[in-house]
Write a protein that binds this ligand. Structure first.
Ligand code: NAD
Length: 392
């Protein structure tokens, strides 16, 4: 099959196995170049392991610290006529690399919100790992079925309290325009919290604790985005921000419920960057194109792997890491500091349809977007016939 990108709106509906392997390889090479790593995890469970921040967490765990990794993801397998999703190919590439390096890796593909996958993970840990000492919670999903009631909840991306009009960039139509977003209803807020809040994170830790699979001093972190004034109306102070506040509640609950295990639960705030999840959020492609411009000029630009490498080395395994007012670990300072934000705000005010490509780094945004699906890598021949049927 000749595989060229098929972009529909904010998503690419296919993926390139060789390009995805190149993406994984680049991240592994980056991590190996950061050696030596200090004390860190040995047995890691990564929920949402196949793309974005979760994949980077798995790569740092395995290729930085030499840890065994068990991953959970929700990806589509390939067929003769259709490619798999990028996360499938990333996972296959990760497995190949882990095997070559003599590292244990196992991945379960299924719904992490379900009781069935939790039971499968528990069996896998019992069989292969003993106990886990790090659990990464990096799911990004538009819906969740409650495992007890069977009810399916959908998240929405809407402001809270009042309508909001702002600039956005439509990547499909190459158009800078205003969008008006109506405020969410109370029900929509609650449903978004059900999907992206802390409940499922707590259920995971409870299931592991009940099965006696948490190592003493085990750490767990869930990822959040806080941002600043430009993104608050649609993110930080919006429905998704309410769900993320619920992670702070869950972290406090976990720390007190499992104090006997000396569990350390943190919410870690990461910077905005292009992933499948963030490209679906209105405003984010425009905001990210502008921060890429500013942060590349400042020399502070980072991708998933640099952020997670920094989080693990500087914060997560520190005995007494610096925390913010809500007891979170912060890796987003290079984006959210006042000087950088002032430059981004100035660009934001100036940006129009006419000057968007000069003022922003949309070229960089688009390049990274293509990379997410295994496209746009210099060493990959996209005219070559490749077999989409890749397994792990
Ligand atoms: P992503 O879309 O790249 O990854 C999501 C992962 O979750 C994938 O591995 C996917 O397979 C998995 N997944 C989704 N639904 C699942 C399900 N039902 N069962 C099992 N696995 C499932 O997303 P990302 O941007 O890396 O986001 C991960 C976390 O990081 C999210 O909490 C997000 O809010 C946070 N974050 C993202 C950004 C950003 O700019 N992208 C910034 C800060 C924090």
């Amino acid at each position: 099959m000749i595989i060229q990108p098929k972009i529909r709106g904010f998503i690419c509906t296919n993926a390139h196995p060789v390009g995805c392997a190149a993406n994984v390889q680049q991240q592994i090479d980056y991590v190996k170049a950061q050696a030596p790593f200090g004390e860190g995890p040995k047995n890691v469970l990564v929920l949402g392991c196949s793309t974005g921040y979760g994949l980077a967490s798995r790569i740092v765990s395995a290729f930085g610290y030499g840890a065994n990794t068990l991953g959970v993801c929700f990806e589509k397998e390939p067929s003769e006529r259709k490619t798999a999703t990028a996360g499938w190919y990333n996972t296959a590439a990760f497995h190949q690399q882990a095997k070559d390096a003599g590292l244990y890796a196992r991945t379960l593909n299924g719904d992490a919100f379900s009781n069935e996958i939790k039971a499968e993970v528990i069996n896998a840990i019992k069989q292969d790992m003993g106990k886990v000492d790090l659990i990464i919670y990096s799911l990004a999903s538009p819906r969740r079925t409650d495992p007890t009631s069977g009810e399916t909840f959908k998240s929405v991306l809407k402001p809270v309290g009042q309508a909001y009009t702002t600039k956005t960039y439509d990547t499909d139509k190459d158009l800078v325009h205003d969008i008006s977003l109506e405020p969410a209803s109370e029900e929509e807020i609650q449903h978004t919290i059900k999907v992206m809040g802390g409940e499922d994170w707590e259920l995971w830790i409870k299931a592991l604790a009940d099965a006696d699979l948490l190592a003493d001093g085990c750490r767990t972190t869930a990822y959040t985005y806080i941002g600043k004034e430009l993104t608050w109306p649609i993110y930080g102070h919006a429905t998704i921000g309410k769900a993320k506040e619920d992670l702070d509640r869950a972290a406090a609950e976990l720390n007190s419920s499992y104090a006997d295990k000396q569990l350390k639960a943190y919410v870690s705030s990461l910077k905005a960057l292009v992933t499948q999840a963030s490209s679906a959020i209105p405003v984010m492609p425009l905001y990210i194109s502008l921060i890429y411009k500013v942060m590349k000029e400042e020399g502070t630009h980072e991708g998933c792997i640099e952020q997670i490498n920094g989080l693990f080395r500087q914060k997560l395994f520190d005995a007494a890491p610096e925390l913010d007012e809500a007891k979170r670990l912060r890796m987003d300072g290079k984006e959210t500091n006042d000087a950088t934000q002032a430059k981004i705000k100035a660009l934001w005010q100036q940006v129009t349809q006419e000057n968007f490509h000069q003022l922003s780094d949309y070229a960089g945004y688009h390049q990274e977007f293509l990379h997410l699906f295994g496209f746009g890598f210099a060493g990959v021949d996209y005219d070559a016939d490749v077999n989409p049927l890749v397994e792990w």
